[in-house]
Write a protein that binds this ligand. Structure first.
Ligand code: MGD
Ligand code: MGD
Ligand code: SF4
Ligand code: MO
Length: 720
């Protein structure tokens, strides 16, 4: 490829160009020798977990390079991955345990010894347990290699209330694909010829290897990308066709594609007959969903819908309707993702090259620890009763907050938080603050003074990922890998890895027996069953174990049983019907934008992870402040120009933010980046800079999965 073109692409997507080679773009990964002095480890700055080689000189990390041996991350380390160095040497990072000295949020802290922080936390947890039982404690966390120890402490303590990030992120997508195929597959973008993406912003919201595979497919093989998004994202700019679809109407678009494919008999009849259940019901179900009807809903012309349906079916099996990842969009999100899954199923792209492929896993061993008794109380979020199909272990965040605030079914008075910032990640910051206020005790384990940490009673500083060894993690996929995160430098400050923080607490809570192992013993047990000789040595030297070739077709054998009730791919779902939900995805239009208001939509940028990282200098340079995207028509009507200070108000909160007048958004929507308007003065660069979207977002959730619905908020915009 022309190097100039590559640089443009890499620049636009914010993917840092590390080294001079662009081999990660399309080539198969090679087992190249790692730079001699490097220490292989695994990035922790977003969920992708790319393989890194850290260059250390005189005890200081000088540079982070990508590790080409990992086929998931290829030879790529993004801008954020590179900036991890600045987290380690951040003068404002957490350096020792802290106990609150003034009122919550006042910012008066007393640096304390680990013993004091552990003693105090254990005392508070025991007080809550005495009054309310162990279920009076809540344990909240986001994915990370040491998250397992934190969750285990909550369970060993006897609490059923472990709440994780999926119900703010991808719960509806996961559930929809699982209910259809019995598993959540990957999408073979390296080999697909025709890709439809609805609001999956792959060139800004980086997912490995999808981001690299997609750009490779588009540039190298001239694959087609059809992209739907109310915003003109970087992904839209690389697409062959972009449709600024009316927000919340993707389901109408997909149902119309299915309608055309069935009406014109363009589906894969042999696959449908052999592997699926409920096609006849689908035929009847989609009859009313014509392209002309969908045009009225989506704003996409019927002729375009028909053409896309034909091209999609013609390109199958090398055609995919890509699932996306963050599916915390609308209250019918689960049904929209179910329709995607069904569309993919009927063109027979299942388990084919260039199609939708069930994940492979690299096997690893497990460390066997002493099991604890099952908690006696039911979960406070009442997931079993209200969301019987949802993933029980992850919980449902918004219904949980409602129940904690009302004290029903029982009081929850202590909140332990690991690697999560609920004040920004959970819609309606005001309500989350109320939830903090009604707690007797809040403790946060973080690497930085996040806003949630700022409102806590105790802050435990975890060692940075480059300062610790974590469990081996299996990354399932078409190109599966197992990766090790190993210590690169000694902790710079008085910090500890999560396991040691947990062990200090366990000792004081009488739970030591459940945690009587070291990280080295844990990793050793895992490494024993890796499919390479001398697994542990291999991991320490290479950082990764991976299979060299993808496998296709193993689940396309006549006797294959899918992990569904019927053993088939379920187009029609009896389990949904039994649970009182639509067994086939039914369309209902989104709420209309009230006059004088806008729909607030969310998204990302390649140089920010969620609400974090905006304070790191290399990244802050690219993102000094967020602003409110507003279409010129709307701006003219309100007399607003770029740079004007605005007041943006929803039914739950108001913020001030500068305007960015741009054609890159529909006139009925506004958009702002996540990660600004921080309350914590320790996040110096973004403290009171820009605004936090979580202040404006209202409480709404998807009916089947309980996933947060974050695009259902309408806001009023006015010049200050
Ligand atoms: N308004 C709004 N809300 C959202 C989203 C959105 O786009 N907009 N996105 C949603 C999605 S998709 C997701 S996945 C969630 C993510 O929600 P969160 O997991 O809360 O996301 P982050 O903002 O990355 O916050 C992670 C916290 O972990 C800390 N941290 C980072 N590394 C470490 C570590 O090694 N150890 C410890 N102990 N702490 C660490 C960071 O300093 C930060 O405080 O948010 C969801 N909520
Ligand atoms: N750089 C970076 N990469 C990341 C992350 C990060 O924080 N930063 N986070 C990671 C995580 S945890 C996740 S979950 C993924 C998220 O990655 P994605 O799944 O791609 O989700 P978002 O980036 O939130 O983008 C959602 C897009 O949907 C559009 N949209 C809004 N409403 C509609 C609608 O009704 N229809 C359609 N078609 N589009 C709509 C929005 O304008 C936005 O561009 O990214 C991952 N990768
Ligand atoms: S995509 Fe970037 S931030 Fe995420 S794991 Fe990879 S290098 Fe780290
Ligand atoms: Mo996410």
């Amino acid at each position: 490829m022309d190097r100039r073109v590559f640089l443009q692409v890499a620049g636009a997507s914010g993917v840092a160009i590390s080294g001079l080679s662009c081999s990660w773009l399309f080539k198969k990964p090679e087992a190249k020798a790692i730079f001699p002095a490097g220490i292989p480890t695994t990035c922790e700055l977003c969920p992708n977990k790319c393989s890194v080689v850290a260059m250390v000189e005189g005890g200081r990390i000088r540079k982070l390079n990508p590790n080409p041996e990992n086929p998931k991350s290829r030879d790529m380390l993004c801008a954020r991955g590179n900036a991890a160095i600045q987290q380690v040497y951040d003068p404002d990072r957490l350096k020792q345990p802290l106990i609150r000295a003034g009122a919550r949020g006042e910012g008066k802290w007393r640096p304390v010894s680990w013993e004091e922080a552990w003693d105090y936390t254990a005392k508070k947890l025991n007080e809550v347990k005495e009054k309310h039982g162990p279920e009076g404690t809540l344990w909240a966390s986001t994915e990370g290699f040491q998250e397992v120890f934190f969750k285990n402490l909550g369970s060993a303590f006897g609490s059923p209330n472990i709440i994780r990030h999926p119900s703010l992120c991808l719960a509806s997508m996961n559930l929809a694909y699982s209910m259809t195929f019995g598993t959540v597959p990957s999408f073979d973008l390296l080999n697909a010829d025709y890709v439809i993406m609805a609001g999956a912003n792959r060139f800004e919201s980086i997912i490995t290897p999808d981001t690299m595979d997609l750009i490779g497919g588009l540039m190298e093989r001239k694959a087609k990308l059809i992209y739907l998004d109310p915003r003109f994202t970087v992904t839209a700019s690389k697409a062959d066709e972009w449709y600024p679809i009316a927000p919340g109407t993707d389901l109408a678009f997909i149902l119309a594609l299915i309608h055309v494919i069935i009406r014109e008999e363009r589906y894969d009849r042999a696959f449908v007959d052999g592997f699926t259940l409920g096609f006849e019901q689908l035929v009847e179900h989609v009859k009313p969903y014509t392209p002309e009807w969908a045009e009225q809903e989506t704003g996409i012309r019927a002729v375009d819908i028909i053409r896309i349906a034909r091209n999609f079916a013609a390109a199958a099996p090398r055609a995919v309707f890509y699932a996306g990842r963050r599916s915390s969009w609308y209250q019918n999100d689960f049904q929209m993702r179910r329709a995607q899954a069904i569309l993919n199923a009927i063109v027979g792209n299942w388990d084919r090259q260039g199609g939708m492929v069930p994940n492979q896993k690299v096997p690893k061993g497990e460390f066997l620890f002493m099991p604890w008794d099952e908690p006696k109380a039911p979960r406070v979020d009442e997931i079993e009763k209200n969301f019987p199909l949802a993933a029980k272990g992850d919980g449902v965040y918004l219904p949980l907050r409602e129940n904690v605030l009302s004290g029903k079914p029982y009081p929850v008075k202590a909140w332990m938080i690991y690697k999560q910032d609920p004040l920004h990640a959970v819609p309606d910051q005001g309500k989350t603050l109320k939830m903090i206020e009604q707690m007797d005790f809040v403790a946060v384990i973080d690497i930085a003074m996040s806003d949630t940490a700022w409102y806590a009673d105790v802050v435990f500083p975890e060692s940075h990922y480059l300062e610790r060894t974590d469990p081996i993690e299996v990354m399932p996929g078409i190109w599966p890998a197992a990766v090790l995160r190993q210590q690169v430098v000694k902790p710079l400050h008085d910090t500890k890895p999560c396991l040691e923080i947990v062990q200090g607490l366990a000792k004081r809570l009488g739970l030591s027996d459940y945690f009587d192992y070291t990280i080295d013993q844990w990793v050793e047990a895992e490494a024993k069953e890796l499919p390479v000789p001398n697994g542990l040595e291999h991991m320490k030297k290479h950082g990764v174990v991976a299979f060299s070739e993808p496998k296709y077709g193993a689940t396309r054998k006549a006797d294959h049983r899918f992990v569904t009730k019927s053993g088939k791919i379920e187009i029609f779902s009896e389990r949904l019907q039994e649970a009182g939900q639509d067994p086939l995805p039914k369309y209902s239009p989104p709420a209309k934008v009230p006059s004088g208001k806008f729909r607030l939509v969310l998204g990302r940028k390649a140089t920010i992870t969620h609400a974090a990282l905006t304070q790191l200098p290399w990244l802050h340079e690219h993102n000094p402040e967020n602003s409110l995207w507003l279409h010129p028509e709307s701006a003219d009507r309100l007399g607003i120009q770029t740079g004007d200070l605005l007041e943006v108000a929803s039914s739950v909160g108001r913020v001030n933010i500068k305007a960015l007048v741009t054609q890159e958004i529909r006139p009925d929507c506004v958009f702002m980046l996540h990660g600004f308007g921080k309350k914590s003065p320790w996040l110096r660069a973004v403290h009171n800079v820009g605004a936090a979207d979580a202040v404006l977002l209202e409480t709404a959730w998807d009916k089947v999965s309980g996933n947060a619905a974050m695009h259902e908020t309408f806001v009023k915009v006015a010049k200050v």
